[in-house]
Design a protein around this ligand. Structure first.
Ligand code: UDP
Length: 458
């Protein structure tokens, strides 16, 4: 033992030196990975294969010096459309795919994470409620997540009372002190209220008036829509207020779809599973326009705003509406205590400057000593959330669409590239069908690789 002492010490010193130099050499890479782990809460889900490549700097004109990389498919944007297209090419055709994402996370606007202060899972870009009547979409999403049944219900604060939205029998009884009890009575009441047109509703005002009449329009639709869009409902296409049905019964649900659920481990985990395939590289924090000259792609799918793709042409920009989320913590509520009666409470009245308050503690039986609220306001500028559907923007979009059609080997896909407000299920089915349009329907669908699927099968 006495003789072995110095040898052990020397060995330890040499090993330590080697370890320190190794750590120093790899520290950048490690810290990038740790950063990703922390930001994405990847502890719950398998880690996606990631490739972080430094962006060439602005004065880096000589692309010969930058390593050019070849992929079968390049995708700009790691939101739903991009992730589904990537998953299809990798799992079904075994093609190589790179996703270029400007943000520091995957998942697009579906991205969610655990709030550190409260331990509650929250969505960074506003409430996302999955609902669909499309059984193909429902089957597809079950491969990448476990789902917990959840039927979304919303109430609105109207004349100081909480009433169900969409309008149903209870809404009308509460606001107008009536005692409607049957569908037939509600149909009669609605019929007397509704404004009749000799043409299909041509804007959002006509759409709402034809469904609920003037009194409910003034209480629920007119002020909310102005706050949300900074436009009169008559200036917006009918599809905006058509998103909200009117009910002639007691159904309190916001959506009527047969499949309504929340991903049990959150939305970000779905993206991790979608992008888990070894053929998919994901580059976060990377501006597609800065790196595209360093990529050789057989085909490109662009999921960003279509007008940014053609920005160099100097055309007028498309109009988008954005959102601002004011974060508020309400302390010491008790494990199950909440601030408001539902996950989402709408505030249609012109007396407040916000449109709704979202309280995530209502979802998935979450418990916390506190609760967290996001007070939602609309704004111009900032992240593009909502395409603004009026005639001027639709005409401008058609111009961009004409340009897009002339781009070789580039497909524009998703809400921002199509300048159309898609629900999540619409984004998924569009991506699935686009893949089939470009590649034909495959005779035998291959399963995603085992490590990338949810723990329980559909
Ligand atoms: N809307 C309204 N009052 C409400 C809820 C919705 O006037 O209480 C109108 C408003 O114009 C809104 C549209 O209906 O932009 C669509 O509502 P939805 O809840 O689908 O909006 P999102 O959740 O997509 O922001």
């Amino acid at each position: 033992m006495a003789k072995a002492g110095p040898i052990v010490i020397v060995t330890l010193i040499l090993t330590s030196c080697f370890c320190i130099s190794f750590v120093l050499r790899t520290s950048t890479k490690l810290s990038a990975l740790i950063y990703l782990q922390q930001n994405l809460n990847f502890n719950e889900v398998p880690v996606v294969k990631r490739l972080i490549v430094p962006e060439p700097s602005d004065d880096d004109d000589d692309i010969d010096e930058v390593q050019v990389q070849e992929y079968d498919v390049c995708i700009a944007g790691a939101g739903l459309s991009g992730a589904v297209i990537a998953e299809r090419y990798a799992s079904q055709l075994k093609q190589s795919v790179v996703i270029i994402e400007k943000r520091n996370h995957i998942g697009g606007n579906c991205y969610d994470y655990i709030d550190e202060e409260t331990g509650i899972r929250v969505s960074q870009y506003g409430a996302h409620l999955f609902h669909t009547d499309n059984s193909r979409v429902w089957k597809y999403v079950q491969r990448f997540s476990d789902w917990t049944k959840y039927e979304h219900e919303v109430v609105g604060v109207v004349n100081g009372k909480h009433v169900p939205i969409p309008v149903n029998i209870e809404t009308v009884n509460t606001l107008f002190e009536l005692n409607i009890t049957s569908t037939e009575e509600m149909d009669n009441w609605l019929s007397e209220e509704q404004v009749k047109y000799d043409h299909p509703p041509s804007n959002s005002e006509e759409m709402a008036l034809s469904r609920v009449g003037r009194r409910l329009y003034e209480l629920i639709f007119h002020p909310y829509t102005i706050k949300q869009w900074n436009k009169e409902p008559s200036e917006l296409g009918p599809e905006v207020t058509a998103r909200i049905p009117v009910r002639n019964n007691h159904d309190n649900r916001y959506f009527g779809d047969p499949f309504q659920a929340l991903p049990t481990n959150g939305y970000t985990a779905i993206f991790d599973n979608l992008l888990c395939h070894p053929n998919i590289d994901v580059r976060l924090d990377t501006d597609y326009f800065k790196v595209r000259d360093t990529l050789r792609c057989k085909h490109t799918y662009f999921t960003g705003p279509i007008d940014t793709y053609f920005a160099h042409l100097g055309y007028k920009k498309l109009e988008y509406r954005s959102l601002d989320f004011e974060r508020k913590i309400v302390r010491d509520t008790g494990a199950r205590g909440t601030f408001q009666p539902k996950f989402v409470v709408n505030h249609p009245s012109a007396e407040t400057d916000f449109t709704r308050i979202v309280e995530y503690k209502h979802l998935l039986n979450q418990t916390s000593d506190h609760t967290i609220l996001f007070v939602e306001r609309s704004k111009d500028g900032g992240e593009p959330y909502y395409p603004v559907p009026n005639e001027e923007n639709k005409a401008l979009y058609r111009k961009y669409q004409g340009l897009a059609a002339k781009e070789d080997n580039v497909t524009f896909v998703g809400r921002l590239a199509n300048y159309k407000y898609f629900n999540m299920d619409q984004a998924i089915i569009n991506a699935l069908e686009l893949f089939e349009k470009d590649n034909g329907v495959l005779p035998h669908e291959k399963d995603p690789i085992a490590s990338c699927v949810s723990t329980t099968s559909p």
